[in-house]
Design a protein around this ligand. Structure first.
Ligand SMILES: [Fe+2]
Ligand SMILES: [Fe+2]
Length: 184
């Protein structure tokens, strides 16, 4: 029997990883606010994972959102909002990354950077929450099994191109390790 593939379930699994990343970022934000140390290596690992997962996830997700929009008008408004959030997140991410690169070297309490990291983390969690609502819209049934299969194949190609030899499994393991050690 052919394996059933569900592109929305695939993205929802990535949402689980993004939620964990959001928690780690909130802890990093707290430490930055309190002037506590975070190993530069951990900040680096966190940013590499975040950059990889976010880049793949958004490209994959944009493809699904465009398909949904083409199938039903009920997606038009929420998807417009989600796509705008994708663009905005890219901008905030760049600023946050530059701030963290500087902080990694000097350390110390930094209220502005702490709030930027915390806001970014909160916006990730909120964005994922909204998407999960869109994914539960009845009209997602308009995606056929062939659409699901085609989309998941495309996701895998995106991952190969962006992540290269690093597997998503390795990224998930890094997230779990950081979460256990920093937030445990
Ligand atoms: Fe998204
Ligand atoms: Fe998402």
């Amino acid at each position: 029997m052919e394996e059933k593939v569900d592109c929305l379930e695939y993205l929802s699994k990535e949402h689980g990883m993004i939620r964990a990343v959001s928690k780690i970022l909130q802890e990093i934000s707290r430490r930055i606010s309190d002037g506590e140390r975070v190993e530069a290596g951990d900040v680096g690992k966190m940013m590499t994972v975040l950059e990889g997962i976010e880049k793949c996830h958004r490209i994959e997700e944009d493809q699904v959102l465009f398909q949904l929009k083409a199938r039903s008008r009920s997606f038009e408004e929420p998807i417009k909002e989600l796509l705008a959030e994708h663009d905005k997140a890219r901008e905030i991410f760049k600023e946050m990354r530059a701030g963290l690169e500087r902080w990694k070297v000097g350390g110390g309490a930094d209220a502005a950077l702490s709030s930027r990291v915390s806001e970014y983390a909160a916006s990730l969690a909120e964005h994922v929450r909204k998407e999960e609502i869109v994914f539960r819209n009845d009209d997602v049934r308009l995606l056929s099994p062939a659409d699901h299969k085609d989309l998941v194949e495309r996701f895998k190609k995106v991952e190969q191109n962006i992540l290269g030899p690093v597997s998503k499994g390795q990224m998930a393991a890094t997230v779990i390790e950081l979460q256990n050690r920093l937030c445990g």
